[in-house]
Design a protein around this ligand. Structure first.
Ligand SMILES: NC(=O)c1ccc[n+]([C@@H]2O[C@H](COP(=O)([O-])OP(=O)(O)OC[C@H]3O[C@@H](n4cnc5c(N)ncnc54)[C@H](O)[C@@H]3O)[C@@H](O)[C@H]2O)c1
Length: 259
């Protein structure tokens, strides 16, 4: 099979300074694309962009702020004269129960924090990114690009303490189909990936006992998913023009019981 050549294509990756976002940025860049990494972590983001070279732009970004997202998308288009995809990887986890051990209800401050980053962040990344893409010329088949949202298997099987996280990721799954329908007139597809347990820095730091417990729920292979497997699925979604409006679980068949 011929090597993929993405020369002249530009992709914006939110949360691209770390983990899954960084892996997809690296892969698309290696395939010739221009990449903009949008992240709140300025130190890691700048360092990453410097290491990755002139086809990688770092944009300081807070996904919870629409204006910040708009400015980042616009500077990407100004720098590379195009935008062909947005991969919404910025996200945070949560660990709060609906009512805690002292009988206190879930903090709405924390609920808002998670919702703002995971649900609003994805909404802003998609809508602001699509608006920029829609202004640009389509290819010969009328296609402009693709949005890839990142949910989690917690959208379907949230564990204890994942109330806010699961709700935010459920929103990400649910927004993908109407987004695909809305954007079809512009030749923009919208897809979603729901990763299972992925071997990012967060999971690497977990205690061996915790890791073992999680792996028991994976059908196989009995290991965590890699960020390279995530990146490879993103690349496939970009290339397969008939994938639209769907969420793909990337999870080794994991199904969490009542943990
Ligand atoms: N790692 C997993 O096992 C796993 C499983 C399921 C889903 N996911 C989802 O995949 C996505 C990426 O996860 P990861 O493991 O790579 O996480 P990560 O922590 O390695 O990377 C997340 C990035 O998002 C950035 N970020 C956080 N808040 C931001 C904000 N307000 N504005 C801009 N950037 C912000 C962080 O600085 C960081 O660089 C997340 O949405 C996560 O929920 C991860």
């Amino acid at each position: 099979m011929a090597a993929v050549d993405r020369t002249g294509k530009t992709y914006f990756v939110t949360g691209g300074a770390s983990g899954l976002g960084l892996a997809v940025a690296k892969l698309l860049l290696a395939q010739g694309a221009n990449i903009a990494i949008g992240d709140k972590n300025v130190e890691d983001g700048k360092k990453t962009a410097e290491t990755l070279g002139p086809r990688c732009l770092f944009c300081e970004l807070d996904v919870t702020q629409k204006e910040s997202m708009r400015a980042a998308m616009r500077s990407t288009v100004a720098e590379f004269k195009g935008l062909h995809g947005v991969i919404n990887c910025a996200g945070v986890g949560s660990a709060f129960t609906t009512v805690d051990k002292k009988g206190e209800p879930h903090s709405d401050k924390f609920w808002d924090f998670v919702m703002k980053i995971n649900a609003y962040g994805t909404f802003y990344g998609s809508s602001e990114g699509a608006a920029e893409m829609a202004k640009l010329p389509a290819d010969a088949e009328g296609n402009r690009g693709v949005i890839i949202n990142v949910a989690s298997v917690a959208a379907y099987e949230g564990q204890r303490g994942q109330l806010a996280y699961s709700a935010s990721k459920g929103a990400v799954v649910a927004m993908t189909l109407p987004m695909a329908r809305d954007l079809s007139r512009y030749g923009i597809r919208a897809m979603c990936i729901a990763p299972g347990i992925m071997d990012t820095p967060l999971m690497q730091s977990a205690a061996p006992k915790v890791k073992e417990g999680l792996l028991a729920s994976v059908a196989g292979p009995k290991r965590f998913g890699t960020s390279e497997e995530f990146a490879s699925l993103c690349a496939h979604i970009i290339d397969n023009g008939y994938l639209n409006g769907e969420t793909i679980r990337l999870d080794g068949g994991v199904r969490f019981a009542n943990l």
